[in-house]
Design a protein around this ligand. Sequence first.
Ligand code: BTN
Length: 332
Amino acid sequence: MIYNSFDNPGLVKVLTFLQTHNTEYLSGQDLSDVLRISRVAVWKHIKKIQELGYTVESKQKLGYKLISNSELLLPWEITSNLKTKKIGQQAYYFDSIDSTQNQALKMAEDPANEGAVIIAARQTGGRGRSGRKWVSPKGGIWISIILQPEFDISITTLFPIASALALSLAIEKTFLIKPELKWPNDLTIKGKKLAGMLVDVSLESNKIENLVLGVGINFDVNVKQIEKSLKGTPNFYGVASLSEQNQKVKPIQLVQTFLLELEKIYKSLSAKQTKKIISEWTQRSSTIGKNVELNTVDGKIKGKAVKVDEDGALIVSDNNKTHKIIAGDIVH
Ligand code: BTN
């Protein structure tokens, strides 16, 4: 099933009315009169709303009352009261898809889809960095965001780091915990992976045509199951789930907060305020200042992680020399 934020006006009308009048019972006739739709349409929408995971109580002679919202990241929930200007103002939700990233890449060709977010409850072919698979069962937040950046091509390499910072700020605001940032763009808790970022950029004559940011967040996943299916994967270092921290935060709160933080950081990048982003990232980093060992295309590199430079590259120094690492994985 696919849903988007503009295709189901009747359903959204009924739902919004139930949400804004959730202290009372509303009769089918009243809903029909107020919303100017037939009683049959009201009934069909209520049925669908229930199927989507909302609890709607139905009492004879009294009518309908909304008891609780759905836990699904449905498009109208994403756009409702979203404080951003552009990012997330269009949303698409899939029950199941191969990869939101692949879907977003197809949609990115249409300029009208700028800012759109593609969300899936589960992915059957989720993609991670360096061609790795990304295990994406129900319970996680699997999301891709279509952007048409104004910023210079040189900033692209900093973008994943900046996005990881945005997610870390959003998690801090909602969960009141501070995940560590692990170079290049992982979020961890006690050294285990909580979230990762994947960026696909399409360039045209030295200009960014579009950019798709893919974000995978282990929100409420079965850690043991994911760890089992990733055992033996190169550079795998364990999985953490946000639900282990706090059960009360709803996925929608985190997504909306993240989209706002991302838009702020995106604006800072466009205004070339890269120093501030690097310094905030460094403060939250579990990498800088540590002795690290990395797998890179040029082989293993060991040394002290000194800093992240203006391109997002990691500067590592050993006794003899300084390495600038553009891509790689920290193994220790
Ligand atoms: C990483 O390897 O750390 C990056 C993981 C990115 C996973 C996300 S989930 C949503 C989007 N769709 C994908 O297929 N991958 C990204």
